[in-house]
Design a protein around this ligand. Structure first.
Ligand SMILES: Cc1cc2nc3c(=O)[nH]c(=O)nc-3n(C[C@H](O)[C@H](O)[C@H](O)COP(=O)(O)OP(=O)(O)OC[C@H]3O[C@@H](n4cnc5c(N)ncnc54)[C@H](O)[C@@H]3O)c2cc1C
Length: 388
């Protein structure tokens, strides 16, 4: 794939940081379930928190193709760190860029892009993930006149109640974009999007999930317990929440595809190195055609996924529709990545199954790419609809 000079520069800078600050520490973070705050500071200094945010709002002023490159590099070092960066760039920044007003962009997007704040996105609930139209979390408008006791002091606002499930950065984020029901009778058109500071009373981190992989990212269940926010924290208009959430998922899927490629590439590189070093029957296992062909397939699949992903990103950068292409990229890249990571374990033989070698961790980390931001089945539904 041909890169511009700027893209090469950004990729190389992130790659160097990852090789130095992330890859060597990933096994320890995995074992200790560490959220590496200092590394996030470093990534913020590199501009990774605001890749697509315009420079006048403190971002790097780049595009989705560059975001895909950056996420691939970070994921090649550690899957969990890449998920944290992915969510804060898109959906969080993307929503504020497209639907936030000037005041919201100044107050929230600016510090997000500078890496002074971390964002979370709250869509999924305990009973519903794929079918986002069935949310139950409510946001009730409270006016000064209706709730004199508190509203006079706080101004008009909304009170949120409900539970959000599997929220990336739910614990460490400074703000969350929350999709909640404002008018139950209106169905999909009765949902709205809100900016909720995680310091707001009633934003409760109910539990942290004990996951198969990605231990360096935090995944939390969040309770909204009479969580009151000011009326000006409504994003867009009431009733636009579903549309806002879906618009962000498109870009998010490009991000997950890029993460999948990064993890697959990393596992592939480990397997290639191992295959050239490990000997059986008097020669490096790389020379056995079964192993060499496996590596050839892995390299080809990674390249194909990268092409699909950058195609979707290029469409998005050009302002063209890319729902189908983003779904295809996410579907192909995440399924490919699990297979490539599994093959990387196979090439390592028994050593692939133990934690002394990175492929064991990467295989656990990559599995969720087939699930979050829409499962593989959901991507197929989107592609099927586009073909109808
Ligand atoms: C580590 C992690 C981080 C996450 N981060 C976030 C986050 O930051 N914010 C957020 O909002 N969510 C987040 N999620 C939630 C994630 O997006 C959901 O788990 C995902 O969308 C699937 O929803 P579900 O778990 O409710 O599964 P379900 O929707 O219950 O699906 C269960 C199974 O049924 C299948 N299925 C469902 N409906 C259909 C259908 N119509 N046709 C065919 N098959 C179907 C699915 O493909 C799946 O295999 C995260 C999840 C994880 C594990």
């Amino acid at each position: 794939m041909l890169l511009t000079e700027d893209q090469t520069m950004v990729r190389d800078a992130v790659r160097a940081f990852v090789q130095d600050q992330i890859w060597p520490h990933a096994p320890a973070w995995d074992k200790a379930h560490t959220f590496p705050k200092d590394v996030h500071k470093g990534l913020a200094e590199l501009g990774c928190y605001g890749i697509c945010v315009p420079e006048e709002l403190g971002g790097a002023g780049l595009n989705y193709q560059t975001l895909a490159l950056v996420l691939e590099e970070i994921a090649a070092g550690d899957g969990g760190v890449s998920t944290t960066i992915s969510v804060t760039n898109c959906p969080v920044n993307a929503i504020l860029m497209k639907y936030g007003n000037a005041a919201q962009q100044n107050q929230w997007l600016r510090p997000l892009a500078a890496g002074q704040m971390l964002g979370a996105f709250c869509l999924t609930e305990p009973h519903v993930g794929s079918d986002a139209s069935a949310l139950r979390t409510t946001a009730t408008r409270v006016s000064a006149s209706a709730d004199r006791a508190t509203a006079v002091q706080d101004g008009d606002g909304y009170v949120l109640n409900g539970v959000k499930q599997f929220i990336t950065s739910g614990k460490y984020a400074d703000l969350a974009i929350v999709i909640a029901v404002t008018d139950k009778a209106a169905g999909k058109r009765g949902m709205s999007a809100f900016i909720v500071p995680t310091s707001a009373p009633g934003y409760v981190v109910a539990r942290l999930e004990d996951k198969l992989g990605q231990h360096s990212s935090d995944t939390a269940q969040i309770n909204f317990d009479n969580c009151r926010i000011p009326a000006e924290n409504l994003i867009g208009a009431e009733g636009e929440g579903y549309k806002i959430a879906l618009s962000a998922l498109e870009g998010g899927r490009i991000g997950i595809a890029a993460q999948s490629i990064g993890m697959a590439r990393s596992a592939f590189e480990c397997a290639l190195k191992y295959a050239k070093e490990r000997e059986s029957f008097g020669q490096p296992i790389f020379n056995h055609q079964a192993v060499g062909f496996k590596l050839a397939d892995m390299a080809t699949q990674i390249e194909a996924a990268r092409s699909l992903t950058h195609h979707a990103a290029a469409l998005r950068d050009a302002g063209q529709p890319c729902l189908k292409e983003a779904a295809m990229a996410k579907l192909f890249a995440s399924e490919m990545a699990e297979k490539v990571c599994s093959d990387a374990i196979q090439i390592h033989g028994g050593y692939g199954y133990v934690s002394d070698f990175p492929v064991e961790r990467i295989y656990r980390d990559v599995r969720v790419c087939q699930i979050y931001e829409g499962t593989s089945d959901v991507q197929k539904i989107l592609i099927q609809r586009a073909l109808a």
